[in-house]
Design a protein around this ligand. Sequence first.
Ligand code: PLP
Length: 356
Amino acid sequence: MKLHNFNSGPSILPQPVLEAASAAILNFNNTGLSLLEIGHRTNWFQEVLQEAIAHVKILMDLDDNYEVLFLHGGATTQFMQVPMNLLDEKATAAYCDHGVWGNKALKEAALFGNVQVVANSSNRQYRYIDKDFFIPPNAAYLHLTSNNTVEGTQWHQFPETTVPLVADMSSDIFSKPENYKRFSLIYAGAQKNMGAAGVNLVVVRKDMLGKVSRAIPTIMNYQKHIEAASLMNTPPVFAVYVSMLTLRWILAEGGLAEMGNRNKVKANLLYSTIDSLPIFEAPVAVEDRSEMNAVFFMKDTSREEQFLSYCKQEGMIGVKGYRTVGGIRVSMYNALPISSVVSFCELLQYYAQKNG
Ligand SMILES: *Cc1c(COP(=O)(O)O)cnc(C)c1O
């Protein structure tokens, strides 16, 4: 049976990426050695890292004000590393509380300085993006989550502000054309839309650094990583390689414009199918619906378990909602083919017809 992979993360990767990564484990670039047994300071790995960085610069259209780093840890490490590097003890950072991940980020930031929550949608179970807020002009930065993976909301137009923007883009990075240069710092765990687990992409404007007075442990210090060109210590070699292959794939497929077109087609198809079937409901505010993660429910929640086991039986993988949210979550990252969404929509229609 054909499996359709709607996992939220780690998640589907392009087939050519999986094939190239497998081959490199056995014989990397005809060296006769595995990618896993070469030194990270060899020219071989240098080329991998430099290619990955070059692809990021092209896709984000970055100028020399920015540095691109590949660092250890998931996005959760960045919840701490961002304020450690950017937020002085007596300074204030503005945070958006729009979901599980953003909420964790602001709690970590409060360990390092003052946090002002300027937008908050927890009153309606994070089912919309609160865009009506005031940002203190002296804030060190405004932190937002571009796509709320758990709740299924996404920023479709970022706020206008002179305060430096910092974004957790873990679940929608490189999913559509974006003015990345509006951001002073962007981070993303690779395992959703960019590669394998174990590495973070961090893109930072150099003028954001060197402004805090605290001592920063070396491994946490962005400036030191820049000086060491992401080779301060052994990087997660395999995860960087898979990211490089995925970035190469995005460019070969037509770049962010093409990703954006495909993702729009998939999301429109899925949401219009859900909206057409009265046994399902998608309670996220329509204008904030995520093109990456669609969250919806059965009106009769007592039937969800049976529906989810039917999905499993039909080869629809990873569609159970996040543990604190429940319901159904369908993740449609770049590598998910349109045909998988078509098959899932057919399943929804068939199920609704039989059980409506
Ligand atoms: C998954 C996710 C995280 C957590 O990532 P880890 O790599 O598990 O630390 C953080 N933020 C967002 C938006 C996510 O989707």
